[in-house]
Design a protein around this ligand. Structure first.
Ligand code: UDP
Ligand code: MG
Length: 320
């Protein structure tokens, strides 16, 4: 049976933490009792530079409850980085790690299914929301529009999956190879590969406290996701440039006709033609520069070029 680690990033979560720790302890105890998780299983709470009593609470629970562990970041680095810090700590001790939010909006009862899939050989199990009725209309609309937009840009992300997922040790080792600073785990994990599966669950409301993702952070996160995984916006610039150049030809013909039919003011035709043509040319040039910038960007990220799943080589030399 696997050693399972729960990884929970926490930012100013003093209102929910005691209850969350209580519920997760019960869950973990049940998993151990039913033989789904080993006795070495733990939960790690990552304090993402909270300004309230979050760390004190984690320390206090750690003293009375051997299942509770903590990692304290030196300052607020954001949800994704806090999560990565937790996963990289868990990786040293666990067979698989499950990441979840401190507010327990994600139904912890499906953890059993996560572990079942892991036992069936999945390295990654994605938690997918079966509905979003409990989200505000705004959050639901923007989030779903975003997933569709990302798919359009050619980014491989799992629809309606947030960061509730199980990752096996091999997947975690592969994740450690991704050195990029602008982290967008939802985009990286599908890149890792290995056998994966989905588990569906209903998302609840936050039981206390308020969202630590204000609009500003949400927008930054969304833009990060796009710009870290897609260079299509740069290609769009080149395409607009080409279209404008083509349009300038049509305009050129139109201007010449107007000029000869005498229906235009002197100088108008030549000015209009140059504006369109030069505009298009400039766009195209920016697009070309952008293509190189895009290449530099993907080189700089130094992502691993492959992750090996299995190797079968017979290295013994034949003695006959
Ligand atoms: N979080 C974090 N650092 C931050 C912001 C959020 O570690 O800078 C954590 C937060 O404590 C929670 C998780 O990220 O465990 C998700 O945040 P929240 O529930 O507020 O987001 P929402 O569910 O509203 O999208
Ligand atoms: Mg939440």
């Amino acid at each position: 049976m696997p050693t399972v680690y729960f990884v929970v990033p926490c930012y100013n979560e003093e209102e929910v933490l005691p209850e969350t720790i209580k519920r997760l302890t019960i869950k973990l105890a049940k998993l151990i009792k039913t033989g789904k998780a080993s006795v070495d299983s733990r939960m790690i709470f990552v304090d993402d530079g909270s300004k309230d009593k979050t760390w004190e609470i984690i320390e206090q629970f750690h003293q009375e409850n051997r299942f509770v562990g903590g990692v304290k970041l030196s300052r607020n680095r954001g949800h994704q980085n806090a999560l990565l810090a937790g996963l990289m700590t868990a990786k040293k001790h666990c067979d698989c790690a499950i990441s979840l939010d401190a507010d327990l909006q994600d139904d912890i009862e499906v953890i059993d299914q996560f572990i079942d899939k892991y036992n069936e050989g999945c390295e990654v199990v994605y938690g997918v929301r079966s509905n979003r009725e409990k989200d505000t209309a705004f959050k639901r609309g923007t989030a779903q529009g975003y997933y569709k937009f990302m798919a359009m840009l050619g980014v491989d992300i799992v629809y309606n999956h947030a960061d509730y997922r199980l990752m096996g040790k091999r997947a975690l080792d592969a994740l450690a190879e991704y050195k990029e600073v602008n982290l967008f785990l939802r985009g990286i994990v599908p890149l890792i590969g290995y056998k994966s599966d989905y588990v569906y669950y209903e998302r609840n409301e936050r039981f206390a406290g308020e969202s630590k993702y204000p609009l500003k952070k949400m927008i930054k996160f969304a833009v990060d996701g796009i710009t870290s995984f897609s260079v299509k916006p740069l290609k769009i610039i080149s395409n607009i440039g080409i279209i404008m150049c083509l349009l300038s030809v049509i305009f050129f013909i139109y201007a010449i006709i107007s000029f000869f039919s005498g229906s235009s003011v002197a100088g108008w035709a030549s000015i209009m033609c140059s504006i369109w043509f030069l505009g298009g040319l400039q766009m195209l040039c920016i697009g070309i520069v952008g293509t190189y910038v895009g290449k530099i960007y993907s080189e700089v990220k130094q992502r691993p070029r492959f992750t090996v799943d299995k190797t079968i080589i017979n290295t013994e030399s034949k003695k006959e």
